[in-house]
Write a protein that binds this ligand. Structure first.
Ligand code: CP3
Length: 369
């Protein structure tokens, strides 16, 4: 009854029992609003081509998708960066585009280009998508998660993920990466009724996918809206914020204790709307979000994650150290998880990542809770 609480202010974390929180893994603690002596850390795209041990497995697997759909192999490459760097979070090795693949849309990865899909041409192609295929097709992903739960160190948190509906829809309509998103935007502006049917289908598919990831053992969920930064406000609300909100609500209705991290990359001032309205526990900041603004406007409401420019990891040395410390000094006094502002680059020297983790782990907050 008279137990200490995590926060006495008017934060959303008010009322959490500190003695419960302290028993949790560092990443989960930060997501519950706890402020650690030095913040937990993981990196977007931490498994990947900058690691020689990944390149070796990737070559043996023959293709990236083979790797994604082979539970033993996917488990192994998820573990590689954990062994090397001791990150606090392990993100499931997979891709956001396994959902359209599972819906029956042809997907392949081209060397040096990236993902390619047989593009949806318009509303008539929605009938080609078959949600009935999801469960069976995504079974290897769930198997990977189960393997990881037994293989991961005790203090490491397992992060499941999916792409947010808009970002996934953009790949489905553009047939791959895009510079201007004109095909997807033309559809959304020209025929919002059928576009919203596609988005609704993805909300439904993604919610089920994430719930099954959680049943298999995922402890945290991150939603990637990598291309949310291309819309005016009204469209951002309709095609990015609302669908994410719906997914958070659906998943939390069944799994209220599993924290959500949202990554509305490029949302700018609209990060504030996401913090206030999405129902997420944490926001992942892209590289451009100003630290002082994030601290004052966003951090009182949600845990923050981010936002080192991945390009600094190409450079390393003191330029890297100084920027890392500036981020820690600005955001480390509140609930915070260190990460990058976007995925790690494939030319990153692994020793710069070792140095990054050392800088974070030796940093200490000024105030004590
Ligand atoms: O360590 C991890 O983060 C684990 C898994 C992961 C991958 N992709 C593996 C991957 C995650 C979380 C993703 C998310 C993802 N995939 C996003 C959202 C995050 C972001 O970067 O904005 C997006 C947009 C995709 C789609 C995608 N997959 C693209 C555009 C590409 C090509 C770009 C590239 O780096 O080649 C991929 C391929 C991909 N996904 C690779 C990896 C390790 C490289 C493929 C290879 O090994 O050949």
């Amino acid at each position: 009854m008279d137990k200490e609480t995590a926060d006495t202010g008017d934060s959303p974390f008010q009322g959490k029992d500190v003695s419960d929180i302290k028993n949790e893994k560092p990443l989960l603690r930060a997501l519950r609003g706890d402020i650690l002596e030095s913040p937990p850390v993981w990196l977007m795209r931490q498994a990947g081509r900058y690691l020689p041990e990944y390149r070796e497995r990737r070559t043996k697997a023959g293709s990236f998708l083979n790797l994604c759909y082979s539970p033993e192999e996917a488990c192994e490459v998820t573990l590689q960066p954990i062994r090397r760097f001791g990150f606090d979070g392990a993100i499931l090795f997979s891709d956001i585009l396994v959902v359209p693949d599972a819906l029956g849309q042809k997907l392949w990865f081209e060397e040096g280009i990236g993902p390619r899909l047989e593009a949806l041409q318009g509303p008539q192609d929605l009938a080609l998508l078959d949600p009935g295929r999801l469960e069976e097709h995504l079974r290897p992903v769930y198997a990977t998660i189960s393997l990881l739960r037994t293989a991961l160190p005790e203090t490491t948190t397992l992060i499941g993920f999916a792409g947010a509906p808009w970002t996934v829809a953009s790949y489905m309509i553009e047939g791959g990466s895009s510079r201007d998103f004109f095909a997807a935007k033309r559809w959304a502006y020209g025929d919002p009724e059928s576009f919203s049917r596609l988005i609704d289908l993805l909300v439904e598919a993604t919610s089920g996918y994430l719930l099954t990831q959680i049943e298999a053992g995922a402890e945290v969920i991150q939603l990637f809206d990598s291309w949310s930064g291309v819309w005016p406000e009204a469209a951002f609300r309709r095609w990015c914020l609302e669908p994410m909100q719906q997914i958070v609500a659906r998943v939390k209705a069944a799994q209220p204790d599993v924290p959500f991290i949202l990554f509305p990359r490029g949302a700018g001032p609209l990060y504030k709307a996401v913090a206030e309205e999405s129902g997420a526990d944490a926001l992942s900041l892209d590289t451009t979000v100003p630290l002082g603004w994030a601290k004052d406007v966003l951090q009182p409401q949600v845990t923050l994650q981010g936002n080192l420019d991945p390009a600094l990891l190409l450079v390393g040395g003191e330029a890297q150290d100084r920027t890392v410390e500036a981020i820690l000094d600005a955001l480390g006094e509140g609930p915070f998880i260190f990460n990058l502002g976007h995925g790690i680059n494939k030319n990153t020297p692994p020793e710069n990542v070792t140095r990054l983790v050392e800088t974070i782990r030796s940093w200490r907050r000024r105030e004590n809770s």
